[in-house]
Each structure stands twice: as structure tokens, then as C-alpha cells.
Design a protein around this ligand. Structure first.
Ligand code: NAG
Length: 247
């Protein structure tokens, strides 16, 4: 018996074959899984784009609302106590607590002053995560235990993207604090030099409650692959331009 996915895949190959070389089998499968389930967010101000899921793999719809409209670094909400990492855009489903957010901030900690070519995947992951958990301690909340499951580097179009999967306990976005909540996240961090030439980290973070993870992981992976730092245009506002001008 031929399964449906194979039939569909061969149809796609037929259509695609007329115009372009056949895509790799894995790409066709990924396209089948994510068909109609992704939307794109693209921002010219900080010059990036990414796709995010609007349904789960099994077809449960997500109402991903733009909870933070893309904005420049200087007017974005601080994410950490020292206000280095800021949320520059976010889409969020208030019912399922699925979120996709972009954080931007200068390279700090062990990354600071080193050549990004030498940054190790785990170092990047922990630096971004530590920056976040500091904020919680200061706010009097329990320090989030972030457990990095896996981290690796992908190079696309000459740019570095560090991809890391992590689990965290508790979250300020969860309003029901009655039961212990675990969140499973997939993040991807890249960098671009700011006006002064120092690297700024751009992090896309896809996150959901642990029980939704199996139904979202393939789509989160696709989001992570879709994250791209775009060539800057005249709309680009470097993050270190007037960093304290809130308006
Ligand atoms: C991703 O979001 C989750 C939930 O808010 C958080 O616990 C985690 O620290 C975030 N990860 C990164 C890399 O920002």
C-alpha cells in the first residue's frame, strides 16, 4: 500500500519537476507537514524575517496575535533588568500560550570582545538565557531553570545561526501559577554588527507549554530555519542608534 504522504510527495515532485530540479525528499516532507500552517513576519527596521506556526501539526488552529508590533530597539520593551536584551516583536496565542518573539541585544558575558566565528553553540545559548534569568532574580521571582537540551551552529548565506532547544520552569507569561508549568522552546540566535561595529544578537524564540511540544516541534524547526537577517535598507535603524530615546 502506498501511503498518502508518498502520493502527495510524488505529485509535488511532478509539479516541481517541470520548472526546477526536484527538491530533496526531506524538503518535500517538511513542506507537506507545514502546508498552510505558517505565516511570515518581516521587519525592515531591524531587517529580519521569520515564519511562525498558525496551526499545530495535527491541525489545531492557533490564533497568533501580534502582541508587540515590530519596532526599533530604542523604543522596545526591556527584557532584562539591565535593559540590554529587548523584545522588538512578538506574536502570541493567549489561549494556548504559544509564542514567537524576537529579542535583540549586545553580545554580553563570555561572548563579549571575542570573534563571533569562535562562539560555541552552548555559549551563545547560555549567554542569552542567563541574561533573561538575571531579570527574574531582580524582580524577586524564582530564577528560571533553563535546561539546554541541544545546541548547534548552522551557516546560511555566510551568516551564523545558533539553534538551541531548551526547557524552562515557570514563565512570566503564564497567568495561572497554580501548577508548575514547564515550557519547551526552540531558539535561534544570529548577529550583525551595530553602528559602532560591535556584534548585536538577534534571537528568535519559539516557545510553548511542554504538552504541546510534540505537536509543534516540526513547525518550530521550520520557523527556526526560516529566520533570516535581511540586507539592511534605508528603513534600517541600527540598535545602538539613540539607545535610550524612548518614544
Ligand atoms: C524563550 O521563551 C521561554 C518562555 O518565555 C523562556 O523561558 C526562555 O528563556 C526563552 N528563551 C530565550 C532564548 O529567550
Amino acid at each position: 500500500m502506498v501511503n498518502r504522504r508518498e502520493v502527495l510527495a510524488s505529485k509535488l515532485l511532478l509539479v516541481a519537476g517541470a520548472l526546477m530540479p526536484a527538491p530533496a525528499m526531506a524538503d518535500v516532507e517538511a513542506a507537506t507537514v507545514s502546508a498552510g500552517k505558517m505565516k511570515e513576519l518581516s521587519d525592515n527596521i531591524l531587517a529580519y524575517k521569520f515564519e511562525y506556526p498558525v496551526a499545530t501539526v495535527s491541525g489545531k488552529p492557533l490564533s497568533m496575535l501580534l502582541s508587540r508590533t515590530p519596532e526599533k530597539y530604542s523604543s522596545a520593551a526591556p527584557l532584562t533588568a539591565d535593559a540590554r536584551q529587548r523584545i522588538v516583536s512578538e506574536v502570541f496565542d493567549f489561549r494556548t500560550f504559544v509564542t514567537a518573539s524576537m529579542n535583540v541585544g549586545p553580545a554580553s558575558g563570555v561572548l563579549k570582545g571575542r570573534n563571533p566565528a569562535e562562539w560555541k553553540p552552548r555559549e551563545v545559548a547560555l549567554t542569552v538565557l542567563v541574561d533573561r534569568s538575571t531579570a527574574r532574580t531582580t524582580a524577586g521571582q524564582r530564577v528560571a531553570l533553563n535546561d539546554v537540551q541541544e545546541a548547534h551552529l548552522e551557516t546560511r548565506d555566510g551568516l551564523q545561526y545558533w539553534v538551541y532547544e531548551h526547557i524552562s520552569q515557570g514563565s512570566p507569561t503564564i497567568t495561572t501559577r497554580t501548577r508548575e508549568s514547564y515550557r519547551h522552546s526552540l531558539a535561534v540566535t544570529s548577529w550583525r554588527p551595530a553602528m559602532d561595529g560591535t556584534p548585536y544578537l538577534y534571537t528568535l524564540n519559539l516557545s510553548c507549554p511542554e504538552d504541546l511540544w510534540p505537536d509543534l516541534e516540526p513547525l518550530f524547526r521550520r520557523s527556526a530555519e526560516s529566520f533570516t537577517l535581511l540586507p539592511t535598507t534605508r528603513d534600517y535603524i541600527p540598535p545602538d542608534k539613540d539607545p535610550w530615546l524612548f518614544f
